[in-house]
Write a protein that binds this ligand. Structure first.
Ligand SMILES: *Cc1c(COP(=O)(O)O)cnc(C)c1O
Length: 378
């Protein structure tokens, strides 16, 4: 295969360019960090409080409670709803491990429902058959930045009196029928891991809710079950957000819609360049959804070969996720229930995410697309 000698293409095409992202807003970020360093206040201070308010305003919900990461956000959400031993929580196996890990850490039992082939998200038609007397909640995951069918999920939750926690780690800013992902259910959880659409320069997370009592529970459980100093009403954890991360996130939040729009444009461009390749399935945005393309994930039966060839060309690609959660060793000895996970088990062998980030250039995208084409039609 011919190596590209185009100077606009870096030697290595990275899946995401975090250092390049920093350069775009370096002055603002540096100033934010310096302000915190000089303030002498480093954990749960003014920046955390104002970031929580600004994110609540962005999402259009009453409360945001920040925490140390997106995994804790899920755990705090479950604990705030008093979900634990003896309870069942419905979710998907095609996700990052944290979704199920947090259910297990709460003491509850995960129950897996299959995903849809169209959008890789939980299949609302397969939820009801998994509901039992022990079911307390559903955790839909808005995977790759694409919202789940929240209309159907909320209908089912109301009918069966179940809580809904939306794992919005990959989809901040995405919308379903004009409403922002994370705000349909009782609680929405977010991750600010550096690679997420709203990324800190370290770990961070948050939970949003419109319920005063749940917000109070979250705030308490975040700091050792403590409503005030050295009083402990329930067993909690230590999951606080740093001031430095909050100050950075306040800067990033101002750009979030702009970054998401650029991701959407990049996704559209990939889809144009990669159209009409036999057997290559491109990501879809279902009617009524606004996808924020945390990932641009293609699907092909010869996925492994595509990835190998891209690697030889110094083009990074990642498989999200190669082993479904229900098949992980960590769950080997654990009690969990699965329905038929036919689609989950099939597509983990076929999905491949290619480089996408807000500032990706058309030259890089052309290079990626051209090479995928020539791998498939040598
Ligand atoms: C990233 C992610 C999480 C966990 O977030 P962390 O901040 O890494 O703990 C949870 N769920 C999904 C779907 C994620 O992508």
């Amino acid at each position: 295969m011919i190596q590209s000698i185009n100077l606009k293409i870096p030697e290595r095409v990275k899946i995401i360019d975090l250092a390049g992202h920093y350069k775009l807003i370096q002055d603002e970020i540096d100033e934010a960090i310096k302000g915190v360093l000089e303030s002498g206040n480093y954990v749960l201070g003014n920046n955390v409080a104002s970031f929580e308010q600004e994110l609540a305003h962005y999402l259009g919900c009453k409360h945001v409670v920040s925490c140390a990461n997106g995994t804790d956000a899920l755990y705090l959400a479950l604990r705030a709803l008093d979900i634990g031993h003896g309870d069942e929580v419905i979710t998907v196996s095609h996700s990052f491990f944290a979704t199920t890990g947090s259910i297990l850490l709460s003491g509850a039992t995960p129950v897996f429902v299959d995903i849809r082939e169209s959008d890789f998200n939980i299949d609302p038609l397969k939820i009801e058959e998994q509901i039992t007397k022990k079911t307390k909640a559903i955790i839909p995951v808005h995977l790759y930045g694409n919202p789940c069918d929240m209309t159907e999920i909320m209908k089912l939750a109301k009918k069966h009196n179940l809580y809904v926690i939306e794992d919005t780690a990959q989809a901040i800013g995405a919308k379903h029928k004009g409403k922002i992902a994370g705000t349909f259910g009782d609680l929405g959880t977010f991750s600010f891991f550096p690679t997420k659409n709203l990324g800190a320069f370290g770990d961070g997370g948050a939970v949003c809710t419109n319920d005063d009592k749940l917000a109070e529970n979250l705030r308490k459980i975040r700091v050792h079950g403590s409503p005030g100093r050295y009083v402990h009403e329930v067993l909690g954890i230590n999951s606080r957000l740093d001031e430095i991360q909050a100050a950075i996130l306040k800067v990033e939040l101002r750009y979030l819609d702009k970054w998401n729009t650029k991701r959407q444009a990049a996704a559209k461009y990939y889809s144009e360049q990669l159209s009409k390749i036999p057997e290559l399935i491109l990501p879809v945005c279902l009617d009524g959804n606004e996808h924020v393309f945390h990932q641009y994930t293609i699907r092909h039966s010869k996925r492994d070969r595509i990835q190998e060839e891209l690697k030889k060309l110094n083009i990074e690609s990642i498989i999200y996720y190669p082993i479904p959660i229900h098949k992980q060793k960590a769950l080997e000895k654990i009690n969990f229930k699965k329905g038929s996970l036919h689609v989950t088990e099939k597509i983990c062998n076929e999905v491949l995410s290619v480089p996408i980030y807000p500032s990706i250039s058309q030259d890089i995208q052309d290079h990626v697309a051209k090479n995928i084409k020539s791998i498939l039609n040598p």
